[in-house]
Design a binder for this molecule. Structure first.
Ligand code: NAG
Ligand code: NAG
Ligand code: NAG
Ligand code: NAG
Ligand code: NAG
Ligand code: NAG
Ligand code: NAG
Ligand code: NAG
Ligand code: NAG
Ligand code: NAG
Ligand code: NAG
Ligand code: NAG
Length: 809
């Protein structure tokens, strides 16, 4: 390879044999490769960097004072060829490289810096900035003995590119080598979806981008010589956070570029052919693979994720199905097969933009999608690019002094315009308030759990909230008010004008089945009112928003209290009461109307606790009306959450109430053991809670699995009863599983067996609430054991009338 003639020969032969796939000969229209400060041309791979000590002919260099520096000591092995780094050009005053541009459009600018000491110049101390067109590119002070390659991409729309080096006063600037060349069109998208903001697209047409990271997954490095555009792809090893979750894999021959829109210029086969894959073969596992990158706060970033299914083969048909997260925002789900027409090995990439507020990290995660498909979770490559800010800067303290006044003017105008728009908006809002009934008052005549108002007496319109009322209630969806994040979107705490606290769930348009789930949830929730089902307060579908407003549950999710937080653990009694409460909610769903409702997503994260730790079942987005009387099941595509899914439903796709019973059994296990359903940090045999618990107990070691915080508190009889029913819920076959009514009865008897001796303050509150609920006029009983009404002050006739009218539609 040292001999360039030899290399060309090899490339030539390759060309003859595989004209289709080999494009190592990408020939940029504009192509300037300069070995700065050098007196001889240097070949790096197939490319020749020209000497710049003599007067160049193809570009112009205007520099008042300069020095050519050389050194022999730079012999450390470098990706781009160490010979480039043996010379440098030093500038003592502002200096311009000016390149004539033949092809307008995206160009890359690569700046190579490798500081060394030459005469009086210690390049490690050089302080300077570099700008191009109207963008300030870098202000980095070079330091240390490491080479730095900075890559920028600019859309050049004039016929000249001027690259300007400006030394700080008393200092100097330097450069070892530089590349300027045109790149194929699709390397940088014209626009990309903005993560975490509904429907927003970020235009990149005029943006300047700086490459922050270019990573090949699968712990492999791809050298510039092996990339059609001379990119360096570094190994993901150092960015992967939880290394034991990932395993590296490689099958370059599986990559198939034919037919797709993705070419080798996007990323070479050696990038698509290696991947980091989710480690455990358990398809029910729920966790993320995360790579973490250092970034500067206050900028937008473009992330390009490369995927290629090198895992599946035609016989397994497993597919790649992932949910992608950028920091804590979901960037949506990806079903790779449907994007690549199910051609295995076809590459695919996805671009998303994100705004980094005050964080210094950008985390990219891929996790198993909530939608079950026995998927593989993999990532093949990742590029992260920083986008210039409004001031045209890519560096942190932006300085391009000649432009400051202009910038100030623009900023001034922008701020002025913004203030004007804001004033106008406030005015319009104010006028509307005065004319129409107060939009926020929607919350006033609406039922709040326990308040005794009958929601169904208000017309259905009363549920519908104006968007502005929610903006107001949530402080314009302030990040500080976020109380939960899920596949659907974010949940904010809000306060309505009448001071009712509410939970506001705002859907993101990216969630693919968002709209169906949104409708289902509203339909389900408006049909039912029950003490142990979370109450719907309203919804908003203005401006394509998908927002649901619920009663606020002070104590968050059961999951949080069991293992996710610093909360003091729940007592056994509390745990039993919470289990009983949720069982009542589910029992009501299954039996409360002519057709059973199957919740389909029973899990500890969907059981919420109010200020008295009373449990309410939430999240009806996946719920389905059960089978008609003459049928025993509904057939449906499998949905639900990993770890909680009924194995029988998975194999048969036939849904019955018993699937909820299984999932509830898993929740009971979590309650008993105080650990997550899937915990990848544990030894392999313990990762899956259900497998581990059933196995331990079949060996007669029930005590081993009990949450250590409960030891000594549980009476053996209570524990045995609890275990007996949990085990039945987890039965392999639905028909042998108990009904929710049986579960409830058994849980209540576990509570009785525990006895009453350890009354807590909260028991007092709970019983007072029960008597409060007892005043209701209903005489219907939904549980065999419970004699108190579970309906919080809602007249049953109205409820059923409402249900009927819903069903007639
Ligand atoms: C370097 O290459 C350029 C063009 O490729 C040529 O014009 C120039 O003479 C060469 N310089 C040396 C020192 O060989
Ligand atoms: C470095 O440059 C000087 C002239 O500036 C020259 O005499 C010397 O031979 C060069 N050294 C190397 C290693 O190229
Ligand atoms: C050059 O500057 C760096 C950083 O200030 C310093 O560590 C190094 O010792 C200097 N080298 C010489 C030869 O002065
Ligand atoms: C830089 O900005 C000025 C004024 O905003 C504009 O006239 C000029 O065309 C810009 N230059 C380039 C190369 O975009
Ligand atoms: C470059 O900028 C021009 C003018 O704004 C625009 O029409 C073109 O689409 C841009 N090209 C790319 C690749 O973004
Ligand atoms: C990744 O590759 C590097 C270098 O090839 C090697 O040292 C390291 O052990 C690898 N990491 C893993 C987790 O295999
Ligand atoms: C390119 O990649 C292939 C396979 O990964 C490797 O065998 C070859 O040595 C690489 N070529 C260069 C020039 O790095
Ligand atoms: C690599 O992929 C090809 C094509 O899909 C397949 O035939 C081959 O068995 C795979 N090799 C390995 C080691 O998995
Ligand atoms: C690559 O994909 C095409 C379809 O786009 C298919 O016809 C071809 O057989 C595939 N090649 C290989 C080697 O699998
Ligand atoms: C994956 O990461 C996202 C974003 O940080 C987080 O919201 C989600 O809960 C994680 N999923 C799992 C299973 O840890
Ligand atoms: C497909 O993959 C499975 C599991 O990864 C493996 O057992 C099987 O042998 C593979 N089949 C083919 C045809 O490569
Ligand atoms: C990114 O991941 C790191 C390591 O897990 C974590 O410390 C940091 O808080 C994460 N940052 C964000 C913004 O999620």
């Amino acid at each position: 390879m040292e001999n360039p003639g030899n290399f060309r020969l090899i490339v030539g032969i390759l060309f003859v044999f595989c004209l289709v796939n080999i494009s190592l000969g990408f020939n940029p229209v504009d192509n300037f490769l300069i070995d700065c400060g050098s007196s001889r041309n240097r070949s790096v791979g197939v490319r020749q960097f020209v000497a710049d000590d003599s007067n160049p002919s193809s570009y112009t260099l205007s520099t008042p004072q300069h020095t050519l520096a050389n050194s022999t000591s730079n012999s450390i092995p470098l990706y781009y060829g160490s010979s480039l780094y043996q010379t440098a050009r030093i500038f003592s005053g502002p200096s311009d490289y000016s390149f004539p541009i033949k092809e307008q459009g995206r160009h890359w600018i690569r700046l190579h810096f490798f500081p060394f000491v030459f005469e009086k110049y210690n390049m490690s101390n050089a302080k300077f900035s570099v700008s191009a067109q109207n963008f300030s590119l870098t202000r980095e002070t070079q330091s240390g003995n490491v080479p730095v390659v900075k890559e920028y991409s600019l859309n050049i729309t004039s016929n000249r590119l001027v690259l300007r080096f400006i030394p700080d006063s008393e200092s100097f600037a330097f450069i070892n080598a530089l590349e300027v060349f045109s790149i194929p069109e699709n390397i940088v998208p014209e626009e990309a979806r903005m993560v975490g903001r509904k429907g927003d697209k970020r235009s990149l047409r005029e943006a300047a981008l700086e490459t922050v990271a270019r990573v090949d997954m699968g712990n492999s490095t791809v050298l510039p010589q092996n990339d059609t555009l001379w990119r360096l792809w570094v190994s993901d090893d150092e960015y992967l956070i939880d290394k034991k979750l990932g395993s590296f894999m490689s099958n370059v021959s599986a990559v198939n570029f034919t037919g797709g829109l993705v070419t080798e210029d996007i990323a070479p086969a050696s990038v698509y052919g290696t991947a980091t894959r989710f480690n455990l073969d358990d398809p029910t596992l729920n966790a993320n693979l995360t790579w973490s990158f250092d970034v500067d706060p206050g900028f937008d970033y473009l992330a390009r994720l490369h995927f290629c299914d090198i895992v599946s083969n035609s016989s397994t048909q497993q597919g790649v199905f992932v949910e992608i997260f950028i920091n804590t925002h979901s960037a949506g789900h990806l079903d790779l097969g449907s994007q690549t027409s199910h051609i295995l090995g076809a590459p695919y990439f996805m671009d998303v933009c994100t705004r980094i507020g005050d964080s210094r990290k950008l985390n990219v995660s891929v996790g198993s999608s909530n939608i079950v498909n026995f998927p593989s979770v993999i990532l093949n490559g990742l590029e992260i690019m920083k986008i210039n800010n409004a001031k045209g800067g890519l560096d942190v303290p932006e300085v391009v002094s000649s432009r400051t006044s202009k910038t100030a003017l623009i900023v001034g105008l922008t701020v002025g315009l913004f203030v004007f728009v804001l004033l106008a908006a406030v005015l319009i809002l104010f006028c509307r308030r005065r004319r129409k009934p107060d939009p926020g008052s929607g919350g006033r005549n609406i039922h709040v759990a326990g308040s005794g108002t009958d929601i169904f007496s208000s017309s259905k319109i009363g549920y519908r909230f104006p968007f502005m009322a929610l903006v107001e209630a949530t402080d314009n969806f302030c990040e500080n008010l976020i109380i939960g994040v899920g596949g659907f979107g974010k949940v904010y705490k809000g306060v309505l004008r009448d001071e009712t606290e509410v939970a506001v769930k705002r859907g993101t348009p990216q969630s693919s089945q968002g709209l169906t789930e949104f409708r289902t949830e509203i339909e389900m929730l408006s049909q039912f009112r029950h003490r142990h089902l979370v109450s719907l307060i309203g919804y908003c579908d203005e401006l394509n928003e998908m927002i649901i407003i619920y009663e606020y549950m002070e104590n968050g999710t059961l999951k949080n209290h069991l293992y996710c937080s610093s909360h003091p653990g729940l007592s056994w009694r509390q745990r039993l009461e919470i289990s009983i409460g949720s069982a009542k909610g589910l029992h009501y769903l299954h039996t409360g109307s002519t057709k059973a409702i199957i919740h389909r997503d029973v899990k500890s994260a969907n059981i919420l606790l109010d200020k008295n730790f009373m449990a309410k079942v939430a999240d009806f987005g996946l719920s389905k009306t059960g089978p008609d009387i003459d049928r025993t099941h509904v057939s449906t595509a499998v949905k639900g959450s990993f770890g909680y899914l009924d194995p029988e439903y998975l194999t048969t796709q036939q849904l019955t109430e018993k699937s909820d019973v299984y999932s509830f059994g898993v929740v009971l296990l979590e309650v008993l053991c105080g650990r997550p359903v899937i915990d990848p940090s544990l030894p392999r045999e313990k990762v899956n809670l259900v497998d581990w618990a059933l196995k331990s107990c079949s060996n007669g070691r029930l005590e081993d699995i009990v949450d250590p915080r409960l030891v000594g508190e549980i009476k053996p009889e209570s524990l045995n009863k609890f275990w007996e029913i949990t085990e039945k819920c987890l039965g392999k076959h639905g028909i042998y599983r108990p009904s929710m009514g049986d579960v409830l009865w058994n849980l209540e008897s576990a509570l009785q067996l525990q006895g009453n001796e350890q009354k807590t303050a909260h028991d007092g509150e709970l019983s007072s609430e029960f008597s409060h609920g007892g005043h209701s006029e209903t005489s219907l009983e939904f549980s065999r054991a419970g004699s108190v009404s579970e309906l919080a002050g809602v007249s049953m006739t109205t409820v059923f009338a409402q249900m009927l009218s819903e069903q007639m539609r």
